[in-house]
Ligand binder design. Structure first.
Ligand SMILES: [Ca+2]
Length: 445
């Protein structure tokens, strides 16, 4: 693993912010490394999240480790999401990093007859049926993940002298079946997870995207029992950071973002083939969203919401530091909520809040309160000591889009560079062949 929990250097180039930049405010926890396990169901928006997490992994090798990634049923069958996951690892040439890839949950904890695959949003294969990004390599897959294996992987981090104070972050951007089953089988997992970051749910008056009354959200709808197992658990609720539709419906990939995305980071050059493929993915996703039956209800005519991608923001904030000025602050607005979800009936997956007088908070307002109690203040969501589920309602979206675009610009440049190196190698081999062949011919003649 090569862990070093005191070093904050990184190999970033292409203007990705450094964790030691002067615009950042660091606290004592900033030297800790994050160890991430991602359970996802790619999924167009899961794919974009993967690009961002893998790019962070490349940029901050001393601060970020990916313990593993599992593919769950959800946007498509587990067979399809696993293919899509290995395709993404393959396309992004991450095979050399030896990331543990697993197949995950295949069906909900309790049979849910209403469950379906949203082919209208994610295409038949779960990834807009896009040929350019469809290059599965199942050799990357280490088989089915078990609770025993996950416990072993987490214990490996927490029992190592060098990494025992680091943080384990479990991210879930599909149905929550896998981790819910695992904490029942191995309750010790709860202690080992520092934060559980998810995309899911819809609260209060925001319109949902599932059930006959549109009062639920898809990830919870797929397995509402799993959601209750996790968010009603007294330990897990103090670790859960939830990105519901209330915030993801504000992350719209609109024409302005599309224009920035379509431009090359190398002013005089075309965008790389890889970036073109992702542009196609987003355009198709956009088309599927805006032409879907949900559009009338959601009015996504400006572009698709980037649901899962937002779960990367607490990680980015932790690695880069929360800026001092308003522009570079994440400015989270959240509530701390106790809730449960309906597990059957025509409002299956609807959330019911128990907390009385839950009010919108920011890290700043919480710090002011804490200061009067002499409790250490925190500059980021991952270090925030919560009492109930943190449910996000708003944030600085300009900062989100800045990181989003920066990631793809970097990918664009790297891809262009690797293609140029490949072309140069082909040219050199061809030149050498001509020389060698020339020499042989000279001898023969
Ligand atoms: Ca997803």
């Amino acid at each position: 693993m090569g862990a070093n929990n005191t070093t904050t250097t990184n190999t970033n180039n292409n203007n990705y912010p450094s964790s030691s930049s002067s615009s950042s405010t660091l606290n004592s926890d900033d030297s800790k490394k994050l160890h991430i396990f991602l359970d996802c169901d790619p999924g167009n928006d899961d794919c974009i999240l993967l690009v961002i997490l893998l790019q962070l992994f490349k940029n901050y090798p001393n601060r970020l480790n990916i313990i593993g990634i599992s593919a769950s049923y959800g946007n498509s069958s587990v067979q399809n999401t696993l293919k899509n996951l290995t395709s993404m690892i393959n396309v992004l040439s991450m095979g050399k990093y030896d990331i543990n890839i697993f197949s995950g949950a295949e069906e909900p904890m309790v049979s849910n007859e209403q469950s379906f695959f949203p082919t209208n949003i994610h295409g038949a294969n779960g990834m807009s049926d896009l040929k350019e990004l469809d290059k599965p390599n199942l050799a990357f897959c280490k088989g089915k993940i078990t609770s025993k294996e996950l416990l072993r992987l987490f214990n490996e981090v927490k029992s190592n002298e060098l990494t025992q104070n680091d943080k384990i972050i479990f991210i879930s951007t599909g149905p929550f079946t896998l981790i819910s089953r695992f904490i029942i089988e191995k309750p010790n997992l709860k202690k080992l997870i520092d934060k559980f970051i998810v995309m899911g749910g819809v609260f209060e008056d925001e319109r949902g995207n599932c059930n006959s009354k549109m009062t639920g959200e898809f990830n919870i709808f797929n397995d509402p029992d799993a959601a209750n197992t996790l968010f009603m658990d007294p330990i897990m609720k103090q670790k859960s950071i939830i990105f519901p539709l209330n915030i993801t419906h504000k992350a719209i990939f609109d024409q302005k973002q599309m224009k920035i995305f379509s431009e090359s980071s190398r002013k005089d050059k075309e965008i790389s083939e890889l970036k073109k493929s992702f542009l196609k993915l987003i355009q198709k996703f956009s088309l599927l969203y805006t032409s879907s039956k949900d559009n009338e209800k959601h009015q996504f005519d400006k572009g698709p919401p980037m649901h899962d991608v937002l779960t990367a923001m607490p990680i980015i904030e932790y690695l880069i530091g929360n800026g001092n000025d308003f522009e570079n602050k994440t400015n989270w607005e959240f509530k701390e909520i106790d809730f449960m979800v309906e597990v059957e009936g025509n409002e299956i997956s609807k959330t019911h809040i128990f907390t009385k007088n839950s009010i919108l908070k920011t890290l700043e307002t919480e710090n002011e309160k804490d200061n009067t109690k002499n409790i250490n203040s925190t500059k980021n969501l991952i270090d925030y000591k919560q009492e109930s589920c943190v449910v996000l309602y708003n944030m600085n979206f300009n900062l989100f889009w800045k990181h989003f675009q920066l990631t793809f610009d970097q990918l664009d440049q790297e891809n262009y560079e690797s293609k140029r190196i490949m072309q140069l190698s082909i040219y050199l081999i061809a030149s050498l062949s001509v020389l060698v062949l020339g020499g042989i011919l000279e001898k023969v003649l």
